[in-house]
Each structure stands twice: as C-alpha cells, then as structure tokens.
Design a protein around this ligand. Structure first.
Ligand SMILES: Cc1cc2nc3c(=O)[nH]c(=O)nc-3n(C[C@H](O)[C@H](O)[C@H](O)COP(=O)(O)OP(=O)(O)OC[C@H]3O[C@@H](n4cnc5c(N)ncnc54)[C@H](O)[C@@H]3O)c2cc1C
Length: 454
C-alpha cells in the first residue's frame, strides 16, 4: 500500500494545477490518469478547436491556410504528428519534475476512513493507494442522447470533431452551445455543408440575446444552416444521398450529413469511481459539493465535475484552491466573476448576471447597451457587435457584462475585475480607455450609467 498526503484522480487542467500547488506546499502527491495526462483541453477540446478556428479565419480572409495545412497545424498542436494518438509525455515529465508521482490507470474508491483507492493498470497488477485527502478532477465527456438509430451512424463527439483529418460530406451538429458554434464555423469556412439543430429559438442561449443574434448572423454568413426550435427525434444511418446519415427532426423534416456531431452537453464519468464507498450518490448526473468544494470528509472536487461552469480557467482555479483546502490551508473559492468566451467570428464574451438573472436574485438592476457598429472601433474595423452592461442601481456597481465583436474575449477582463471587486461605477467611469477599442465602448457605457444613475 503506497501512502500519499494527496491523491488526485484525473490529470486535466484541474488535476495538474492541484498537483503543482500541492507540491509547492510540500505535500507528497500522486496523480492517477486513465487516458492522457493533460486531460481534454490540450488534446481534444480548447487547443485543437482554437487552432482550427485560427486557421479557418486566415483561410476565410483569403490567406494561405488550406485544410491540409490546418489539419497539420492542429496535429502539431495536439502532439499527434505522424501518429494516431496524442503524446502526453511532456505533461508526465512536468509533473514528475515537480515531484509528483504520475500513475497511469483508472482509480476507484475502496474505503472512506481510511481513504483508500485502487488503481487498475493495463498489463500490471492493481495498485492500492492510501491518501490523507483526495481531489476528484475527472472532467466530463460528450453527452450522447438516446435517439433511435444514432448508434448505427457512429456519431462524433468533440474528440473526432476536433481531430478529424478528412473533411466530411456534410455535418449535422446537434446543439448550438459553445462547442457547436465554434466547430460549425471551422467546418463551414472549409466548405463543408453544416446544419445546426438547436431546440430553442436562439443559439448560445446562455449568453445575452444580442450575442446570440450576432453570432447566428455571423455563422449564417459563413453558410451554416441553423434549424431553430427543433430537436432530433431519430436517425436513419446511411439512408441519405451517397449513404449520408439522415437525422429526423421533431417538426417532421429531416437533415443529412456524412457525420453527426454531438454537442448537447456534458456528462461526468462517475461510473468507475465507486462513489458509494465514500457515501456519495450523484443526483441527475451531478454531485453537489459544499461552498468549499468539499464532497465528503477528506474528498474535494475540482474542474468540470465541480461546476458551476465548465471552463479550463475555472478548472485551473479550482484545482489550486482545492489543493490548499485539502492540505489544511485557508482558501475560499469565489465564483462571482467567471469569464465566459467563445472564439468564433464574432467572438462572444461575458461575466456575471443578465438583467433578468439579477432581478431573480433581488437586485434592482438596469441594462445599458452600445451597438459596436456605431463606435469608432466598429467603423474603423468594419465590425459588428454589442457591449452591454448590467448595473446594480442601489449599490452602483457592475453585476454583469456581455459582448460580441472583435477580441471581446480580451476586453471582458476589465468587467471581470470590476464585478469581482465591486468597483464603484464612478471609478469605472473615471477610467481612461484607449481609442478606438471595444474597451472604449465599455468605458462609454460606464460613463453613461454613472450619469444616468447619478
Ligand atoms: C470542444 C471543446 C472546446 C473547449 N474549449 C474551451 C476553451 O477554449 N476554453 C475553456 O476555458 N474551456 C474550453 N472547453 C472546456 C474545457 O476543456 C474543460 O472545462 C476542461 O478541460 C476541464 O478540465 P478538467 O480538469 O475538469 O477535466 P479533463 O481535462 O476532462 O480531465 C479529466 C481527466 O480525468 C481522467 N479520468 C476520469 N475518470 C478517471 C478515473 N476514474 N481514473 C483516472 N482518471 C480518470 C480523464 O481521462 C481525463 O483526462 C472546451 C470544451 C470542449 C468540449
């Protein structure tokens, strides 16, 4: 039985950052990973999708980035040049250099007090571990809907969606959330017929309605066909033109594509963990940690398994915080200002609450919007979009900001800081913003809010 101060299950953004933090605090650390050290972000999620979006943007603008070059660039990015599967050696060696023990295998709980886990390893005997504390950082994977006929169509998840080497003859994307909108733009800009099926009346619908609108218009300009307000009800594998998959929709119509990409949400991989051994039972596919991200005595969660949202930057933050907490140090997670961004053209970004969400929390909030096309930035860069802020009328502080337009994933951070620190609107209004930028449009809204609210 090997004993560690901290055992981390899962070596994605959350697990890795927890391991580095714990090593800095002097703890003995084992990190157990059943697939790729590094997790989803560098290999199947953020990095390949952003690399492909960049290539597609250059290609779309008439630059020299055809599909073979884009695919090769992506393969370089995910360390898969000339092979089928990415190479995670640099992640393993970085952990080992930091003094953590990297164990390849699948972990499951055996007992709670003492905290014991067993790791199943390929071609090796199972390994028994005892831990002072455990951080579960097991991430998430694509949700697969129960649709008649879907299995036979071999649907793509984000893995195939980001790692494809051959462009398909049409893609039907189920779901218009962040992954769906990003990948739809990549495929469409490389000439693939793309249909997005989205059950609600606007895509990317957790964002501001204006962000949804500008994004939908941008995707439609690129050739993406968006089917609003319909759901897939079944699939007829290979029954379409040239053997394409036929997707049956709730309004009786059909859409066809060689591939079906699933981007309808994420599931947490609980099956292998045997959470019952620590007295935890997931409800509706999720666990509920306390405000300190503690799931059970001695067990913390970080990253996608923990929520409240699914982003690499949040996973990284939670990994560090839970490492401190698990090792008995003081720390307090603050989820008041989590940035969200999609790297489409136009980009969307946001932080905090929509005006309706603020009202639901009893905040007397008001919204101010600036059409980006009417600003100097919009005119000089021929850019469309918006900047919208949500202000607490009583406290005179920013509670939300929502944007669509060029590089808004960068601009949002002033609003992130303002929400987190409850900076008075008077201070934000007195801050000088460079001309002409999207940030200046944000600044002009601070001035407007300050004047109108008095
Ligand atoms: C297409 C796509 C694009 C995205 N782009 C962005 C982006 O640009 N920016 C952003 O912030 N976020 C993005 N995200 C979200 C982001 O990738 C995730 O939120 C982040 O990777 C979560 O990190 P994690 O450490 O929680 O999980 P993961 O990276 O999924 O790591 C969890 C690890 O745990 C391992 N594991 C699971 N169970 C066990 C077990 N029992 N034993 C051992 N190991 C186990 C898994 O193999 C996995 O490697 C994107 C997501 C998708 C799908």
């Amino acid at each position: 039985m090997d004993r560690y101060d901290l055992v981390i299950v899962g070596a994605g953004a959350a697990g890795e950052s927890a391991a580095y933090e714990a090593r800095e605090l002097g703890a003995s650390v084992a990190v157990v990973e059943r697939d790729l050290f590094g997790g989803g972000c560098p290999f199947w999620q953020c990095m390949p999708s952003k690399a492909l979006l960049h290539a597609a943007a250059v290609h779309h603008a008439g630059g020299d980035f055809d599909w073979p070059a884009a695919s090769a660039f992506r393969d370089w990015m995910i360390v898969r040049e000339g092979t089928d599967y990415p190479d995670d050696a640099s992640h393993v060696s970085a952990l080992e250099q930091a003094g953590a023990v990297a164990i390849r295998g699948e972990a499951r709980f055996v007992s709670h007090r003492p905290l014991r886990l067993q790791v199943s390893r390929q071609d090796e005997a199972p390994l028994d571990l005892e831990a002072g504390a455990v951080i579960l950082a097991v991430g998430s994977h694509s949700k697969v809907p129960e649709l008649p006929g879907l299995d036979g169509a071999h649907p793509w998840t984000n893995r195939k969606g980001t790692s494809l080497r051959e462009l398909p003859d049409g893609v039907v994307i189920l779901g218009g959330g962040p992954s769906g909108v990003e990948l739809s733009q990549v495929y469409a800009r490389y000439g693939v017929p793309v249909t997005m099926v989205h059950p609600r009346d606007r895509i990317h619908d957790r964002e501001h309605p204006l962000s949804s609108r500008y994004l939908a218009e941008g995707l439609q300009r690129d050739g993406v066909k968006i089917r609003f307000g319909v759901r897939a009800t079944g699939v007829r594998p290979g029954a379409g033109t040239n053997g394409r998959q036929v997707v049956e929709l709730s309004d009786g119509s059909t859409e066809e594509g060689e591939a079906i990409l699933l981007t309808i949400g994420r599931d947490i991989p609980f099956e292998a963990l045997n959470l019952g051994a620590i007295g935890v039972e997931p409800e509706h596919g999720r666990v509920k940690p306390d405000a300190q991200l503690r799931l059970s005595d001695g067990v913390w969660v970080a990253g996608d398994i923990a929520g409240p949202e699914l982003h690499t930057h949040l996973a990284h933050y939670e990994g560090e915080i839970t490492a401190r907490l698990a090792l008995g140090h003081a720390a307090s997670p603050d989820f008041s200002a989590i940035p969200r961004a999609t790297y489409t053209d136009p980009e969307t970004a946001s932080v905090g609450l929509l005006v309706e969400q603020a009202a639901e929390r009893g905040i007397d909030a008001v919204e101010f919007t600036q059409d980006l096309a009417e600003t100097a930035k919009g005119q000089t860069a021929q850019a469309e979009g918006h900047v919208t802020i949500v202000v607490d009328r009583q406290q005179r502080v920013l509670v939300g900001a929502f944007m669509a337009g060029p590089a808004v994933s960068e601009t949002i951070h002033e609003a992130v800081l303002a929400v987190k620190t409850a900076t008075p609107i008077s201070v934000l209004a007195d801050t000088i913003h460079a001309f002409p930028t999207v940030a200046r449009a944000l600044g002009s809204l601070f001035v407007k809010a300050h004047k109108e609210l008095g």
